[in-house]
Design a protein. Sequence first.
Length: 96
Amino acid sequence: MPKAIQKAVDLIVKDTWPKRRLLIYVTLAFCALHIAAAMGAAIAANDMTAVLNLAGSAFLLGGTTLTTYIFGANSDDKDKRKHLPTATPPTTKQGE
């Protein structure tokens, strides 16, 4: 296999997304726990101002994480397509 094709195949097959997904899941789990703790603190203390700020920031972190994940996947796929070798049309024999 030519080097250029092998490099393109390695680029497509080598996937770093499992590590990225793990980081995203950990971040979202942190946000969920943070929101749950904030709700528990609000119920216990009857003080909503600080708790609303904490919960709002956790929702913002979770939303930003998901948005970055979606657009990061799109950008990563677009970059991979740029490095693919150009396709040549198949040649046909005369009379086919």
